[in-house]
Design a protein around this ligand. Structure first.
Ligand SMILES: Nc1nc2c(c(=O)[nH]1)N[C@H]1C(S)=C(S)[C@@H](COP(=O)(O)O)O[C@H]1N2
Ligand SMILES: [Mo]
Length: 180
């Protein structure tokens, strides 16, 4: 008996520990899919970009991206993700910098339409190799991303665990300056 129930109990406890691990069901896709991303906060040109506008910016393609959960297990493998570096998007909106000291205190918050959020720092995006792999994607394997996680999805491919900063249904990118 134990040999049957132990694996089931373990599997259930993992689900309870992180319910967000499962791919969303199609109804969530209908509710949360986004067509455009708004770039806001400390930028000179706040604006929103739909897929067509994003396609006009310099594109990058990440290859063989693995989505791993917070405890390291592989959840999914993506052949290619095509999109725009988050730094390129922020350059298009032009971050407001009054003095060089400002950027050290800047945080970039990527929010999804279901309330999910991931945070980056200015130095991480613009002054570290990690930033080269932070991509707002609009195509997976050369095809538009479906409603179940698109149409806009962000990945930080050089993270040790890529799940936590894999953001489905991206809606907003906001530049903040941390003040104390
Ligand atoms: N918008 C949104 N993105 C999200 C989540 C979420 O709940 N909402 N869950 C995250 C978590 S906890 C993980 S581990 C990965 C899971 O990626 P997958 O659904 O591609 O396996 O997505 C992340 N992205
Ligand atoms: Mo997760």
């Amino acid at each position: 008996m134990r040999s049957v129930f132990l694996p089931i109990a373990l599997a259930l406890s993992m689900l309870v520990a992180d319910p967000a691990h499962a791919m969303p069901d199609p109804a969530d896709g209908e509710r949360f899919a986004t067509e455009r991303v708004e770039v806001a906060g400390l930028v000179k040109h706040p604006q929103s970009f739909d897929v067509a506008a994003l396609e006009k910016l310099p594109a990058v393609t990440l290859e063989n991206v693995t989505i791993t959960g917070h405890n390291g297990h592989v959840m999914r493998r993506i052949g290619t993700l095509t999109g725009v570096k988050l730094s390129t998007l922020l350059d298009a909106a032009y971050i407001k910098v009054r003095e060089p000291e400002d950027v050290k205190k800047m945080a970039i918050v990527v929010s999804a339409s279901d309330g999910y959020k991931a945070v980056f720092s200015w130095n991480e995006l613009f002054n570290s190799p990690a930033g080269d792999a932070v991509v707002l994607g609009y195509a997976v394997d050369g095809k538009a991303i479906g409603k179940e996680e698109g149409r806009l999805m962000l990945i930080s491919a050089h993270d040790k665990r890529t799940g936590p900063r894999h953001v489905r249904w991206v809606k907003r990118v906001e530049v903040l300056k941390i003040t104390d």
